[in-house]
Write a protein that binds this ligand. Structure first.
Ligand SMILES: C[S@@+](CC[C@H](N)C(=O)[O-])C[C@H]1O[C@@H](n2cnc3c(N)ncnc32)[C@H](O)[C@@H]1O
Length: 131
C-alpha cells in the first residue's frame, strides 16, 4: 500500500494517486503484452469477466442490487459498450459526448437526479467530466 495512504479516508487514498499518469496507465495496462485478449486471465478479459459475474449473480450472492457503480473507473471505458442500429442514435450520443450543447438530454444531470430520488450516495464522483 502507498505510504501516503496510511491515514483514514478518501483524502489519504487521494494523496496516493497524486501524480497518477492516465496515459502511462493506459499504455501499460491496455496494450500488449499486458493486455492479451487471447488469455482469459489477462487484465482486460479478467476485468470484463468480473463485471459480468457481478451483474449475473445479482441477488444470489453477497453482490446484490440493481445498479452496479464502478468507483474508480480511472481513465477507462472498456466496460461500457453501447449498441444501436440507428445512425441517428449514434449521432445523438456523439452530440452529448462531444458536448455540442444541442443534445436531447444531459445524462449527467439526469443520473444525478435519479440517484437523488433513490437516495443513493456516490460521494464525490465528478459527474461533469466530459471526455
Ligand atoms: C488503478 S486505477 C483503476 C482504473 C480502472 N478501474 C481500471 O480498471 O483500469 C484506480 C482508480 O481508482 C480511483 N480511486 C481510488 N479510490 C477512489 C475512491 N474512493 N473514489 C473514487 N475513485 C477512487 C483512482 O483515482 C484511480 O483512478
Amino acid at each position: 500500500m502507498c505510504e501516503k495512504a496510511k491515514g483514514d479516508g478518501a483524502a489519504a487514498m487521494s494523496a496516493c494517486y497524486q501524480g497518477f499518469d492516465p496515459a502511462a496507465y493506459l499504455q501499460y495496462n491496455y496494450t500488449p503484452p499486458r493486455a492479451d485478449f487471447e488469455r482469459q486471465v489477462s487484465i482486460v478479459p479478467w476485468k470484463l469477466h468480473s463485471v459480468c459475474t457481478a451483474l449475473s449473480l445479482k441477488v444470489t450472492s453477497d453482490v446484490s442490487g440493481e445498479l452496479l457503480v464502478d468507483i474508480g473507473t480511472g481513465p477507462t471505458l472498456y466496460h461500457v459498450i453501447l449498441t444501436d442500429f440507428l445512425e441517428v442514435n449514434h449521432q445523438e450520443l456523439r452530440r452529448w459526448l462531444q458536448d455540442e450543447g444541442d443534445c436531447g438530454l444531459d445524462w449527467m444531470s439526469y443520473l444525478q437526479h435519479v440517484c437523488k430520488l433513490e437516495g443513493r450516495q456516490y460521494g464525490d464522483i465528478d459527474y461533469n467530466c466530459n471526455p
